[in-house]
Design a protein around this ligand. Structure first.
Ligand SMILES: *[C@@H]1O[C@H](CO)[C@@H](O)[C@H](O)[C@H]1NC(C)=O
Ligand SMILES: *[C@@H]1O[C@H](CO)[C@@H](O)[C@H](O)[C@H]1NC(C)=O
Length: 320
C-alpha cells in the first residue's frame, strides 16, 4: 500500500513539474501584432515597449524574408551602442532576447545593464543597488560552433528599477531582436526621473536602503511632503549630525552616481507643507533618501527642468 502511495506521489510530483507555466498574457495580446522598432541611432532613449531589431550586413543586397524589418547599415568601426530604456517610476524593464546572430569572433557583443551607464558611472550608484556591479552587467555573444546547439530557453533580463540599458557592439555584421515589456514594481526605490511626472515618492518601507530620484538634467526641486527620521515635530535643515542618519539630501553631480553628489541641502523631520524651490545647476540632479531602517521614511519630491530664469534659486552649481 505504502509503495503504491509512493509511486502515486512520485507520479503526482512529476506531473506537477511537467506542467507548463500558465500563460499570463490575455488571448487578445497574442492576437495583436507587436510594435516593431528598428534601431538606427547608436544611442537612443525610449519608453516604448515591443520588439526592437537591429541588423548590420556587409552587402546591401541581402535581405531577410521572414517578415521582420531589419535596418541595413554599412559596416562601420566598432563602437558600443545602447538603447536606454526608461519607464514609469513604479515599473521595471524586462528584456527578452528573441533572436541573435552576433558572432564573438567578429568582435560582436550584446549586453544588458541593470540601470543606466554613462561615461563609466551608473544609476543606481554602485553602492545603492542591491546587486554588486558584476552581477548588474551581463555580456554575451555567439561562440564558434555553439550555433549548432538548439537553445530552447530564451535569455531574459529584468531590471530592479525603471531604467535599464541594452548595449550592442556589432563591428562587421550581425543582427538581433529583443522584446521589451514593462512590469509592475510594488516597492520602487531608485527612480530615474523622466521629467514628465509631477511628483516622485521615495520611501524605504522600514528598511535600511538608500533610495534616489535622479534626473539627467539641471532641475528645480521642491519637497512637497516629508516624514523622515525621529523628529515628528517639524522640518529641519540641520540633519548632518552623527546621530541623525535618516535624511534627504538634495544635490547634483556631473556623473550618474549620486554617492558623490555636491550637497545643496539636507532635510529631515516632518511636514506636509510644500517647501521652497531650489535649483540644481548640474548635469545630473539627485534627491537621495538615506535610511537607517529605524523609521518608515517617506518624501514626496517635485521636479522640473531648470532654465536661466531659475538662477536666483540656485543652491548647487557643478561644472556642466
Ligand atoms: C561611421 O560612424 C561614424 C561615427 O559614429 C559616423 O560619423 C559615420 O557617418 C559612419 N559611417 C558610415 C558609413 O555609416
Ligand atoms: C547609505 O548611504 C550612506 C552614505 O550616504 C552610507 O554610509 C550607507 O552605508 C548606505 N547604506 C546602505 C544600506 O547602503
Amino acid at each position: 500500500m505504502r509503495k503504491i502511495f509512493l509511486i502515486f506521489l512520485v507520479a503526482f510530483v512529476y506531473n506537477v513539474k511537467a506542467w507548463p507555466h500558465v500563460r499570463r498574457s490575455s488571448p487578445m495580446e497574442i492576437l495583436l501584432p507587436k510594435k516593431i522598432h528598428t534601431l538606427s541611432e547608436c544611442m537612443q532613449v525610449t519608453s516604448e515597449d515591443g520588439v526592437f531589431t537591429y541588423r548590420k550586413v556587409l552587402r546591401k543586397s541581402s535581405r531577410f524574408s521572414d517578415g521582420l524589418h531589419f535596418m541595413e547599415v554599412e559596416p562601420n568601426e566598432s563602437h558600443v551602442c545602447g538603447v536606454y530604456f526608461i519607464t514609469d517610476p513604479d515599473k521595471v524593464v524586462e528584456i527578452e532576447i528573441d533572436f541573435m546572430d552576433v558572432s564573438c569572433e567578429l568582435g560582436g557583443l550584446l549586453g544588458f545593464v541593470d540601470g543606466w551607464e554613462l561615461n563609466g558611472e551608473y544609476f543606481p550608484g554602485i553602492h545603492d543597488h542591491e546587486l554588486n556591479l558584476e552581477n548588474r552587467i551581463d555580456e554575451f555573444c555567439d561562440k564558434p560552433f555553439a550555433y549548432k546547439k538548439k537553445i530552447n530557453r530564451k535569455k531574459k533580463f529584468i531590471s530592479h528599477q525603471n531604467a535599464a540599458v541594452f548595449q550592442y557592439k556589432i563591428p562587421i555584421q550581425g543582427a538581433f531582436a529583443i522584446t521589451v515589456r514593462y512590469l509592475h514594481n510594488p516597492k520602487p526605490c531608485n527612480i530615474m526621473a523622466e521629467g514628465v511626472a509631477p511628483y516622485y515618492l521615495l520611501q524605504n518601507y522600514g528598511t535600511s536602503r538608500n533610495c534616489t530620484v535622479t534626473a539627467t538634467f539641471p532641475a528645480v526641486v521642491s519637497i512637497e511632503g516629508i516624514s523622515v527620521g525621529g523628529n515628528e515635530a517639524d522640518v529641519n535643515y540641520d540633519c548632518d549630525q552623527p546621530n541623525a542618519f535618516d535624511k534627504v539630501i538634495v544635490g547634483g553631480s556631473s556623473g550618474l552616481d549620486s554617492h558623490h553628489l555636491t550637497k545643496a541641502t539636507t532635510i529631515c523631520g516632518k511636514s506636509q507643507i510644500k517647501g521652497p524651490e531650489q535649483a540644481i545647476f548640474c548635469g545630473v540632479t539627485s534627491i537621495r533618501l538615506d535610511s537607517s531602517g529605524k523609521y518608515n521614511n517617506k518624501v514626496i519630491v517635485a521636479l522640473r527642468p531648470a532654465d536661466e530664469t531659475d538662477i536666483s534659486l540656485a543652491t548647487a552649481v557643478c561644472d556642466l
